[in-house]
Design a protein around this ligand. Sequence first.
Ligand code: MN
Length: 164
Amino acid sequence: MNTKAALFLLAVTLLPLMALSTVHAAEFQQSAQGVQMIPDQAVTQASSKTFTGTVHHQSLFKTTADTTYTGSYVTFAPGARTYWHTHPGGQRMIVVKGTCWTQVEGGPKTIAHTGDTIWCPAGVKHWHGASPDGEMTHLVLTEMRNGKNVTWMEPVTDEQYFSN
Ligand code: MN
């Protein structure tokens, strides 16, 4: 093989590879990831104007240019619960620790265990919290609509909390 033929072969082999790596670089730019480090995920105590008992909230992520939901861990002390409320775009709850008590207005109380998931549709009045005998943590994915993901209402009374 002479030098010209060898160079030609080299070019034919390398050019597609170079083109491929350019495509990969472009894809990487488009799919750049955003990491929210743990120090930015401050744990705060939830307001007594919207929760009964001791509740801690940890924001994991906010909405992005492409997504319309937020993610948070919410941890309830035994007996603690939300006030009654609705979500304008619904809410997914994933019980990650303990037992979750939840109820839709006019419906029975539902008990969900670690690993169970709950979907609350948009506009449905409900509450959620821990059982009386143990702490409960759930991961909540809540849809944001027009800059809002919850409408708070009145407290859940002890009678409502302990009802069936
Ligand atoms: Mn909710």
